[in-house]
Design a protein around this ligand. Structure first.
Ligand SMILES: Cc1ncc(C[n+]2csc(CCOP(=O)(O)OP(=O)(O)O)c2C)c(N)n1
Ligand SMILES: [Mg+2]
Length: 331
């Protein structure tokens, strides 16, 4: 078995780091706005916010190529924005409007865009893991040279179907990077209360899948690890596991009062480990003007406000849409 190469934090140019900063800020402001619209009753059903975890998806996505595929669970708004899906189409989906990416019929947990290589948006915990393994199988079968990023949570990592997928992926050397977003909690249960092996990067060991633990609060560390992992997987060496240590600032979903952890714990993470503040510090140290960062903030706020206005005003789907997209083809 080849040894995994070493990797180091990515040495981004100032322009690249500005782009990472802008993308993380877009996700943060988008999610804050989604939280407000939910509070106003404009978004119904479930809504799981990604605030705190932005560096994970921005760092990983930046290492992908056109044609690669991405699949995740229900905490998916950030993944879609990072895949380049228009923020209006995501927000309008949240408010259930016809202009939404799933025509307003999917909502927060059920969005999809083949055009952007984004295969959902799945509400069943860990269901995306065998599906992502299947996407990787398709890449290998077609010989298209692409890879699949399959994201799942620390809670999902305890599901049986994850390990059936690991077995097949290693046996068939499928081009898949399994990305565990370890945000420390599965609903109200902390990872060490629910997991006999809480070092989740080791979960592939009995399938001979190597794993790496990465600081998911630093976009440059994420990008560095992602680049190494994706190159390895793309070269035909089989799957890899990345455990991204991260943290969600908000409750599990909008209806979670988060009584299982202290305010101090959340506050300490926000103050000491915030991924956006970390990128800001790197940028200021590289000589970027504070005014430039303020301009990005303004630009991002304008995009988010425009998306929210659009999502409030756009029409709902026609009643006849109840009968479309029920079956995609004939079987
Ligand atoms: C099969 C299944 N069991 C239970 C649930 C209810 N549920 C929704 S999210 C969740 C916790 C998952 O936590 P984790 O995998 O850590 O992801 P996170 O929410 O932290 O992103 C549970 C138990 C579900 N949706 N599907
Ligand atoms: Mg979790």
């Amino acid at each position: 078995m080849d040894r995994l190469p070493d990797y180091s934090p990515y040495k981004a140019s100032v322009d690249e780091l500005l782009d990472f900063y802008r993308q993380m800020l877009l996700i943060r402001r988008f999610e804050e706005k989604a939280g407000q619209l939910y509070g106003m009753g404009l978004i119904g059903g479930f809504c799981h916010l990604y605030i705190g975890q932005e560096a994970v998806v921005v760092g990983l996505q930046s290492a992908l190529k056109a044609g690669d595929s991405v699949i995740t669970g229900y905490r998916d708004h950030g993944h879609m924005l990072a895949c380049g899906i228009e923020s209006r189409a995501v927000m309008a989906e949240l408010t259930g409007r016809a202009a939404g990416i799933s025509k307003g019929k999917g909502g927060s947990m059920h969005m999809f865009s083949v055009e952007h290589g984004f295969y959902g948006g799945h509400g069943i915990v860990a269901a995306q893991v065998p599906l992502g393994t299947g996407l990787a199988f398709a890449h290998k079968y077609k010989g298209d040279g692409n890879v699949c990023l399959t994201y799942f949570g620390d809670g999902a990592a305890n599901q049986g179907q994850v390990y059936e997928s690991f077995n097949m992926a290693e046996l068939w050397k499928l081009p898949v990077v399994y990305v565990i977003e370890n945000n420390q909690y599965a609903m109200g249960t902390s990872v060490n209360r629910a997991s006999a092996e809480d070092q989740l990067y080791r979960r592939g060991e009995s399938f001979r899948i190597e794993g790496i633990q990465v600081n998911g609060m630093d976009v440059l560390e994420v990008r560095g690890a992602a680049q190494m992992a994706i190159e390895w997987v793309r070269s035909g060496k089989g799957p890899l596991l990345l455990e991204l240590k991260t943290y969600r600032y908000r409750g599990h979903s909008m209806s979670d009062p988060a009584k299982y952890r202290s305010r101090e714990e959340v506050q300490a993470m926000r103050e000491k480990s915030d991924p956006i503040e970390a990128a800001k510090k790197h940028l200021l140290a590289a000589g970027v003007d504070e005014a430039k960062l303020k301009d990005i903030e303004k630009e991002v706020r304008a995009i988010v406000n425009d998306s929210a206005d659009f999502a409030e005003q756009a029409p709902e789907p026609e009643l006849s849409e109840l009968y479309t997209d029920v079956l995609v083809g004939s079987y």
